[in-house]
Write a protein that binds this ligand. Structure first.
Ligand code: SF4
Length: 482
């Protein structure tokens, strides 16, 4: 399986039924989704060239305001991207143009998720087409759809036909040359996608997360359902299904780490889910401590929940330095900057010194950040007990989050896949130098989020890849680069 490029990104689409310019909505919406990707961004507005830039949205808007303000249209899509490979330049930014801008079957596509490239390439070859060298999963998806839409003329039919080759995750938006906004979510619903209404401009908005709608002053209508295709044009909105699966596989990592805490996904406010998980951890691990401290920022609600449940005071003992650079500070999604970012966390000595610290974090992936925080930032504490809202990550993710190789996962490295949770807790604590480590378990995660186990993806925690069309062949990073 070839999966060199993997991404978890943010997408947005807007269609104004009254002909208002949607560019400002797309830009402001992408800024609200910036936590989903900070490497490059782009917008494709009907009758304008696709505009793509490296870095974060606000940098380009400040520097190129005049150029961006010339992009004016009532229909468009946008994308923010992060990737973890060397191929992380603006060349791979989205939206991607498929077919020509004046080609009646052409469209621009923006994708959040990861799809198996090999299957998509094989499918193209089987119909006599040769994919360009190094094409991303999104481009291959687009080329397959383009070939199908030219033949059948219907998006539902195109997705139905292509679905057996769509192994992985996709939440996507497209703007077509025919003046339509199309939004599609894979049949398992791995990544979020929601629909809203912006009254002021009579616009339908589709976005990865409802936090974008909130910023725009738009109303959340509902989630786009797994397997659904929403088509918006001058006549309004049409909904169809290319697939229906009982067993959904929403990614719990969105709830514990990736999504914005204000977002509502599958009817659940992410902030509430995080706080609930903190309460569940308090019942599971009633540790003696002086202070509860979150690893900023995603673990803050869980630390509050833990503190409220136990009565142990919540303190901000670790702070991110927000003023040195503009933009988000996501230690996980910027791998090469991870250690630098964590090393810049500032500890408040007076809060920590001599205290029994209960440290709350969302997860341990490779363990690098946890070691720095426990061993360096909290070295003046009397003891550090680390509690994790996400269960041990033992298997790689092939559905859009960047832990593609098993060898790099700390819990797997120190325990393999057959240890009890207690043993994992013990060995990981030893490895990162904490007095105690307590991971959440899958039931605690499911209860905390408020979604049943059988509606969650359990691939990276339980090795259950049954929601993929076929089980991926695990590879090392080195093998993936070849
Ligand atoms: S494997 Fe893990 S990170 Fe990936 S989609 Fe499933 S739950 Fe989310």
């Amino acid at each position: 399986m070839t999966m060199l490029l993997r991404e978890n990104c943010g997408v947005i689409g807007a269609f104004s039924l009254d002909g208002y310019n949607v560019t400002p909505l797309l830009i402001a919406g992408l800024e609200a989704l910036q936590h989903r990707g900070q490497e490059s961004w782009g917008i494709a507005v009907a009758n304008h060239q696709t505009f793509k830039r490296p870095g974060i949205v606000s940098h380009s808007v400040d520097a190129e305001y005049n150029e961006i303000s010339k992009i004016n249209g009532s229909l468009g899509v946008g994308h923010v991207r992060y990737s973890t490979t060397a191929k992380s330049t603006v060349e791979y930014a989205q939206p991607i143009d498929i077919g020509g801008i004046f080609d009646s079957s052409g469209f621009r596509i923006a994708h959040n998720g990861t799809l198996d490239r090999e299957t998509l390439m094989e499918n193209l070859k089987s119909i006599g087409l040769h994919p360009p060298q190094g094409a991303s999963d999104t481009e291959l998806l687009g080329l397959n759809l383009y070939a199908l839409i030219k033949r059948c003329g219907s998006w539902v039919e195109a997705f139905e036909k292509l679905n057996p080759c769509l192994n992985g995750s996709f939440s996507l938006v497209m703007v077509t040359s025919n003046g339509e906004l199309i939004a599609v979510r894979d049949e398992r619903g791995f990544r979020p996608l929601c629909l809203g209404w912006h009254e002021e401009t009579s616009s339908y908005i589709v976005a990865s997360e409802s936090c974008a709608l909130e910023v725009l002053g738009a109303r959340l209508i509902r989630d786009i359902e797994p397997g659904e295709i929403v088509t918006i044009n001058r006549d309004g909105l049409k909904t169809e299904y290319f697939a229906k699966c009982e067993r959904h596989a929403h990614c719990p990592f969105e709830y514990t780490y990736f999504a914005h805490p204000s977002s509502k996904i599958e009817g659940i406010i992410v902030y509430n889910a995080r706080k609930n998980i903190g309460r569940i951890l308090a019942k599971e691990y009633p540790i003696e401590g002086d202070v509860v401290i979150p690893v900023p920022d995603s673990a803050r609600p869980a630390a509050l929940g833990y503190s409220e449940e136990t009565g142990i005071p919540f303190e901000e003992g670790l702070l991110k330095d927000r003023y040195r650079r503009k933009g988000g500070w996501r230690s996980f999604i910027e791998p090469e900057k991870r250690e630098t970012i964590v090393s810049k966390i500032i500890a408040i000595r007076e809060v920590i010194e001599g205290k029994k610290v209960i440290l709350i974090d969302d997860s341990i992936v490779r363990g690098t950040s946890s070691r720095i925080i426990v061993g360096s930032k909290l070295r003046s504490a009397k003891s550090v007990s680390l509690l994790l809202t996400f269960p041990p990550i033992l298997y790689p993710c092939y559905m859009g989050i960047d832990f593609p190789s098993q060898e790099e996962l700390l819990a797997y490295r120190v325990c393999g896949t057959s240890c009890s949770l207690e043993e994992i807790n013990r060995r990981v604590a030893e490895h990162i130098g904490a007095s105690f480590v307590g991971y959440n378990n899958i039931d605690g995660l499911s209860r905390g989020i408020g979604l049943p186990r059988d509606q969650l993806c359990l691939a990276c925690t339980a090795g259950d890849y049954s929601c993929l069309k076929f089980k991926p062949k695990f590879r090392t990073r080195e093998e993936m680069r070849r």
